[in-house]
Design a protein around this ligand. Sequence first.
Ligand code: ARG
Length: 402
Amino acid sequence: MSDKVVLAYSGGLDTSVAIRWLKEEYNLDVIALTVDVGNERDFSATQQKARNVGAIKALVRDAKETFVNHFLFPALQADAIYEGQYPLATALSRPLMAKLLVDVAMEEGASTVAHGCTGKGNDQVRFEVGVSSLAPSLKIIAPAREWGMTREETISYAQRHDIPIPITASNPYSIDENLWGRAIECGILEDPWVEPPEEIFTWTRSPNDSPDKPGYVEIGFDQGIPVTIDGQELDGISLIQRLNDLAGEHGVGRIDHLENRLVGIKSREIYEAPAATVLLQAHQALEAMTLSKDQLRFKQRVAVEYADLIYNGLWFTRLHQDLAAYVKSSQRFVTGTIRVKLFKGSCTIVGRKSPFSLYSYSLATYDKGDVFDQSASPGFIHIWGLPVRNQAQVQLTGETED
Ligand code: ARG
């Protein structure tokens, strides 16, 4: 009996070829594992395909709920956005897939796991660092990194072995999608001067054709977690799906990012992330109202660290646990409602309210009811400006010589 390998299986060309290749090159029986993170595929067809190509077993794990509650919402609470642009959809899914690969390998008594990533992306790092932090003794094989075939050669390998080639084989784009967003790369997009062609977008309408009237949506948060839309309670999955539809309809969530990969190259990535865009903006708006200035300043620094560690494949680390504990604690009073206007590709915050709001009308107003003691300001300015005056007196004298 040959040993077994659990392969992260997407149903695409590379991972289908990998099923056959792992048998031929390594004499391993392949268990194909497809993880449902909201990419809305026909999973029974994917399963069938894996078996036809030679997998001894084809498993599908519905991981949507775990993905939302343990990956997406904590990242939302952290305001994790890589390089200020990318909401990290793909990056967040990989550690979850790594965890499931490890679980299935244990259940099935497999010595090895495999993934379909090439050798120049981030995903290989995320899979392998993830797997090795959970199960250091598991072996890992990356067929597409090892076999050294060009795309044409992979296609002819598939033809030789009766592996069905998806109609999308002629489609030059590499696409990865889940509830948090859709990533599109390759083809003409590799020229950073070229505007992304309209055909690549499937979740968002072009702002040219989006409704001429703005859409409004109210998002209710409880301790940093979105729980209602327009007052209606929704589970996390439905809430994200609803916002993807709603904001996508208004052309919101298109991102064109010239991104720094972990492996040292810059790459041009296009994302569609309607729900993530709206939720991240709304969440930050609620924090602006409920966190102190110092909390906000500090949390922005944590957000950069948090985004980097997700991007760089360091999900299963102590540093992450430490930062996550801080983020969770920071969300205690991030409860309230944010009103968002969606219009022709833009998402604007137009209203906010919270039972824990630190915004005080009577302190802020210039109208009647003002309780701010303006007579205290001269004393405040006198002390605040003390070191500045001091320095000016000592160091600005005789400033004429260079
Ligand atoms: N650049 C993004 C990231 O590193 C998206 C990668 C998308 N992956 C893909 N196989 N198309 O997270």
